[in-house]
Design a protein around this ligand. Structure first.
Ligand code: SAM
Ligand code: TMP
Length: 397
């Protein structure tokens, strides 16, 4: 049974940016999170139909961050050195998006296939020389891929496996697709970091699961797989890269035992820990809205930086209106000149920000803070200040 510990109420689809004049009814669902009593998995209580989230117009392009481009180039090179070393290796990536990882594999001339249901980003990957099947990965897709290409040495998924509620079908697909010694490697936001940083904005429709070593190990065991390695990653506000192999195929590393012990020592899944997280989220909401109201009363200008999917939870849960945050700047053409889901903040190109600096910038893309602040030294030089809201609300700069 899944026990609820936080409820954000009715929320819109996080990536459903709308044309300003669009007047059809917006889709809302209840965003609430709970923990499974038996396996410790932290998960959403309501599932949004996948076709509402991932389709031709899906606007997130992974390559918008130079740090992430480098991260996935390194990831690809690690696979090429460590796993794709046989005579004719084959790697499949779920959620290959615009080809940010697979283009390095393609350049190396190694057999690969992206499985990516969102057509526009898939087309972009194809323009980079990447092979893509425009489908959702599940048991049936895995069988099709296996029949056409043979078994895969590696199945990889970054910021994608946590989007997929139907894990039974995924594991059946992995079992059909992987070689006997093959691995399923995935990286997603880490529950331990979300709790540590009170990064409640990691909670939105697309993030169905919030993984930990404890919950991933239990899930893998249910399907005849084993958690054989974990690696902490600094990207996207703190992630873990998990490696699963068929049970008994590889010896688990010490890192697995260490992370399991750490999660147990800090009582990561205990009801009291998750309830304290929920209470801290309420404090952030009150502090952030109080700060934005005070700045408005003082006549200061405030804009948002980064129309992230995460920001849908912040704006709609905290009640941030265009009166408090006049617009959000973002480098993604597919989001520009639209309005954000639910809160309807206008989205403008990055040039709007540089052309007329506001007094304050609310950093919704806080996971890219180092990259953005290094780029926006002109804003700081002009006296601009950043507003951050995790782990607590504060003004810097
Ligand atoms: N891997 C990229 C990265 O880390 O930046 C993209 C991550 S993006 C947040 C998630 C991607 O997963 C989207 O491009 C979406 O279309 C895709 N996706 C969602 N469900 C999927 C499924 N069942 N099989 C394959 N891809 C899926
Ligand atoms: P993400 O946090 O899910 O990766 O989304 C980051 C969003 O922020 C995405 O819409 C692109 C945008 N962005 C900028 O506008 N400027 C930047 O410098 C970076 C790194 C991202």
């Amino acid at each position: 049974m899944v026990i609820e510990f936080i409820d954000f109420g009715q929320q819109p689809l996080s990536d459903a940016f709308r044309a300003p004049e669009q007047d059809d009814e917006e889709f809302f669902y209840r965003l609430a999170v709970g923990r499974c009593e038996s396996c410790s998995m932290v998960q959403l209580l309501e599932e949004v139909p996948r076709a509402k989230m991932f389709h031709t117009d899906y606007p997130y392009f992974s390559s918008g961050s130079s740090v992430m481009r480098e991260h996935f180039e390194n990831t690809a090179n690690t696979f090429l050195e460590k796993e794709l070393t046989g005579a004719d290796p084959f790697i499949v990536e779920l959620g290959s998006n615009d080809g940010i990882m697979l283009r390095t594999i393609a350049k190396a001339g190694v057999r690969h296939l992206g499985v990516e249901p969102s057509g526009r980003v898939a087309d972009h990957a194809r323009s980079q020389g990447v092979h893509v099947l425009t489908e959702f990965f599940e048991e049936g897709t895995a069988a099709t891929v296996r029949a056409e290409y043979g078994p895969a040495d590696v199945v990889f998924a970054a910021n994608t496996f946590c989007h997929i509620p139907y894990v039974d079908s995924i594991f059946a697909g992995l079992d059909a697709l992987l070689t006997p010694g093959g691995v399923f490697v995935f990286e997603d936001p880490y529950l331990g970091e979300i709790v540590e940083r009170t990064s409640f904005d990691q909670i939105y429709d697309e993030h169905f699961y919030f993984f930990s070593a404890t919950s991933v190990r239990a899930m893998a065991e249910r399907f005849g797989f084993e958690l054989v390695d974990v690696e902490r990653l600094p990207v996207h506000g703190g992630e873990v890269r998990y490696t699963l192999a068929r049970a008994g195929a590889r010896v688990p590393t010490q890192a697995v035992a260490d992370l399991l012990a750490e999660e147990s020592a800090r009582a990561l899944h205990a009801p009291a820990t998750l309830e304290a997280f929920a209470a801290a989220v309420g404090v952030i909401r009150a502090d952030l809205i109080a700060l934005l109201r005070r700045l408005k009363d003082e006549g200061a200008t405030v804009v948002g930086y980064g129309a992230t999917a995460k920001s849908a939870t912040v704006t709609n849960y905290c009640g941030i209106t265009p009166e408090l945050v006049s617009y959000v700047c973002d480098t993604t053409p597919a989001k520009q000149n639209r309005v954000t889901p639910g809160a309807h903040l206008p989205v403008r190109p990055a040039e709007a920000f540089a052309g007329s600096y506001p007094d304050y910038a609310l950093l919704f893309a806080w996971n890219h803070a180092a990259e953005i602040m290094a780029k926006e030294t002109g804003f700081s030089a002009a006296g601009g200040k950043w507003i951050l809201y995790t782990p607590s609300v504060r003004v810097v700069g």
